[in-house]
Design a protein around this ligand. Structure first.
Ligand code: AMP
Length: 178
């Protein structure tokens, strides 16, 4: 499946969740059997011959893709969740939103020190969420192999923000604007 094929399966919903936002809805892509397989295969492809000890996925769409990528790579999956959702002892990282701050968490025993981790989410926009996830994983002394996303919104420069933290980004398709 080509980049154009994957792109055509993403549905754009204008003005969601608020006016001015073009929401890139991947439910249509995930709901297509070939689209789903292509995403999983292409997200995992660069890391097949590389040591990856765990895939960390960001709530919630990163769980769907991250779990499948972990299966492809033959490693385990570790969830990064919104504050207060994990049942065990967790470590957190805050990050700024347009209005206020949010916190993401990971189980403190989710990653063993030195483990090589691939971070997965559906989309990178400003990179605020992914940058917080990188910092969170580093609190557990993870070695981050890369961060992989289906969609990049290059106008919001999230990729540059994550790469400035020394983490390589792998993305499948791009959309202009925000
Ligand atoms: P950011 O922290 O700005 O990189 O935002 C990334 C997170 O917000 C991802 O988990 C996305 O699912 C979601 N997100 C941000 N912008 C959009 C958009 N235009 N369409 C769909 N999801 C978005």
């Amino acid at each position: 499946m080509t980049e154009a094929d994957i792109r055509a399966l993403v549905r754009t919903i204008p003005d969601y969740p608020k006016p001015g936002i073009m929401f890139r809805d991947i439910t249509t892509l995930l709901g297509d059997a070939m689209g789903l397989t292509a995403c999983i295969e292409q997200l995992a492809a660069p890391y097949r011959e590389v040591q990856v000890d765990a895939v960390a996925g960001i709530e919630a769409r990163g769980f769907i893709l991250g779990g499948a990528v972990a299966d492809r790579l033959g490693c385990g999956f570790v969830p990064i969740r919104k504050k207060g959702k994990l049942p065990g002892k967790a470590v957190g990282q805050d990050y700024e939103l347009e209005y206020g701050v949010d916190v993401i968490e990971i189980h403190e025993d989710g990653i063993t020190s030195g483990e090589r981790v691939l971070l997965v989410d559906d989309l990178i926009a400003t990179g605020g969420t992914a940058a917080a996830a990188v910092k969170l994983l580093r609190k557990l002394n993870a070695e981050i192999v890369a961060a992989a996303f289906v969609i990049d919104l290059p106008d919001l420069a999230g990729r540059k923000r994550v790469e400035a933290l020394g983490v390589e980004c792998h993305t499948l398709i791009e959309f202009e604007g925000d």
